[in-house]
Design a binder for this molecule. Structure first.
Ligand SMILES: [Zn+2]
Length: 309
């Protein structure tokens, strides 16, 4: 599966120059997130108001661990408002504690001083009650923290820290980095590898009985070593396919990822296969002929392309 994502990323982003790790790790937001609420502060950290904003294509977002925080100071709405407001505060605290963001430390300190959690939660709830998402009175005059270069750099550093260390209580923070090893995704040799790459939740490395090498978190660099290039490329492929919903479809209430096996080498033909699958992906149904169409997509597409006229 990860190899398929590498391939999807290569086709989807070919000819677009060398992406930065920030761009590759950026999860962005799914298309359904077409509006948001911004908790606004002035340049000195004084609290201003809650503003309704448009969903933004330039959002730099990466999800953090469930009990932690999201590193760029924005969070998705889910569960209780109080929890989201508390999660945002943890993001501010994490940013304020990092030397990477020292240029905006005075601003972050001011915001934290004025971050009245119960009051902000109450105002967010009030705003949600009066919310008319179709209204056009949305504010564009905000400057989100994620636009700061240092916040974006913090996001990358935080992700690589998580991918290279043991979470949880026991052995917390112990290194899962190892040099001069083979990458289990691309097969490159002699690479610096990370043992806890966890963008996709399709596997686990911390449950007893699930790992052929035996349970030992410290050995994940041997069980599932991933190089930095693959971390970036798989992440970007997954964002393109799943988060941006280019290669997903729904069946019986579940959302599935549809990853083509593209065997043709010709660049133009590979793009044709991918683009056509993107267009066709919503044709999912229980009808067997359509299911066959989905699973056998590349073969059918190539046959169609070969037909004269
Ligand atoms: Zn690799």
């Amino acid at each position: 599966m990860l190899e398929r994502l590498l391939e999807v990323n290569q086709i989807a982003h070919s000819g677009k120059g060398d992406p930065s790790l920030i761009d590759q790790l950026n999860e962005g937001l799914p298309p359904a997130y077409d509006y948001g609420l911004a908790v606004c502060f002035d340049d000195c950290g004084g609290y201003l108001e809650i503003k309704l904003t448009r969903g933004r294509s330039d959002v730099i977002y990466m999800s953090g661990p469930p009990m932690g925080c999201d590193p760029t100071g924005i969070s998705k709405f889910g569960g209780k408002v109080e929890n989201v407001v508390a999660r945002l505060k943890r993001s501010l605290q994490a940013l304020a504690a990092s030397p990477i963001t020292k240029d905006i430390h005075p601003l972050l300190s001011g915001i934290l001083e004025n971050y009245d959690q119960p009051e902000i939660a109450a105002q967010v709830k009030r705003k949600l009650e009066e919310l008319d998402t179709k209204a056009v009175c949305r504010s564009e005059d905000i400057h989100p923290l994620y636009l700061e270069k240092c916040v974006q750099e913090y996001m990358v550093k935080d992700a690589l820290r998580r991918y290279s260390s043991i979470p949880g209580k026991k052995q917390k923070g112990a290194s899962l980095l190892s040099d001069n090893r083979d990458c289990s995704v691309c097969g490159s040799q002699g690479k610096l590898v990370y043992g806890n790459f966890s963008r996709l939740k399709c596997y686990n490395i911390d449950k007893r009985g699930m790992i052929s090498g035996g349970f030992d978190y410290g050995k994940t660099v041997a069980n599932f070593p991933v190089c930095l290039e693959c971390i970036g490329n798989v992440s970007a492929g997954f964002t393109f396919a799943y988060t941006k919903e280019n290669l997903t479809f729904s069946l019986c209430g579940e959302r599935y990822l549809l990853l083509p096996t593209v065997t043709v080498k010709d660049g133009e033909m590979r793009e044709f296969v991918l683009e056509t699958i993107q267009r066709e992906k919503n044709r999912s149904t229980l009808k067997s002929d359509i299911l066959k169409h989905i699973t056998n997509s590349e073969k059918e597409l190539l046959q169609a392309a070969a037909r004269p006229g």
